[in-house]
Design a protein around this ligand. Sequence first.
Ligand SMILES: NC(=O)c1ccc[n+]([C@@H]2O[C@H](COP(=O)([O-])OP(=O)(O)OC[C@H]3O[C@@H](n4cnc5c(N)ncnc54)[C@H](O)[C@@H]3O)[C@@H](O)[C@H]2O)c1
Length: 267
Amino acid sequence: MRFTERVVVVTGGGGTGLGSSLAHHFAAEGARVAVVDADEDAARAVASAVRADGGRALAVRTDVRREDDVDAMVDTVIGEFGRIDVLVNNAFTSNPAPILEARFEDWVRDIDVVLNGTFLCSQRVLRGMIGRRKGAIVNISSVNAHTHVGASSYSAAKAGVEALTRNLAVEHAPYGIRANAVVPGTFRTDVWKARQRIDPDILDRLASFYPLGRVGTTDDIAAAVLFLASDDASWITGALLPVDGGLLAGNPQFAWQAHPENPVVRP
Ligand SMILES: NC(=O)c1ccc[n+]([C@@H]2O[C@H](COP(=O)([O-])OP(=O)(O)OC[C@H]3O[C@@H](n4cnc5c(N)ncnc54)[C@H](O)[C@@H]3O)[C@@H](O)[C@H]2O)c1
């Protein structure tokens, strides 16, 4: 139980993918969890499910792009639970349009939710953490920040989140506050399930690009998030941890084409 009595805010916590998985994992380790989401019904559903499992959770409707919403969220969580020990910036939107066809308003929305939302939630939560000289922030990035997988606005926003993570880490290290990011590759969520209904083989095809031979699960990503948020990572700050089955380490298909004589690299 690494989070007994700790207060954890998960933005995008109402999501059926990583958001709800994080809420359940933190609660299972003793945390009091604020499930923060722009979709109030979704936040409530996840908070109720956590409570039904014996955990403690509070749903807070918040659009992470709005200063007044984020300020009210911080006040609500501190009012209910007394403080915030851990912030996970997980909320996101992503439009897949190619650059020439992208609508500017969609570009702005992705930058706003992913990058500006991470800045805003971090800044407002930090103000309380600084006073207590303790806290951990974990940002959810993506392999899109490192290599082209499409979705230019989302990718640029995630790259911004990684730069921001380093600033958060170094500026607040003197206060005992750590900031890190996980860099997930493809992991199974309802969004991928919906894609599988029209393209049943999609995740199998993607798996062939992953050195470890499979796509991830929300449990894979949550394990890394909880580690970075916990005291087990007390001397880790400013780190970007790939949780990607080796995708960013190299491409087995490419290596095989380049060196077909080497059976070790055969995918
Ligand atoms: N699924 C993948 O394959 C994958 C791969 C790499 C990275 N990621 C990252 O993992 C994280 C979780 O992804 P997921 O697919 O599990 O999503 P999720 O199920 O955790 O849902 C995300 C939630 O964000 C909420 N949200 C959207 N805009 C918001 C706003 N303005 N304010 C507050 N909440 C808002 C949505 O309502 C949704 O409930 C994201 O940061 C995503 O970029 C996902």
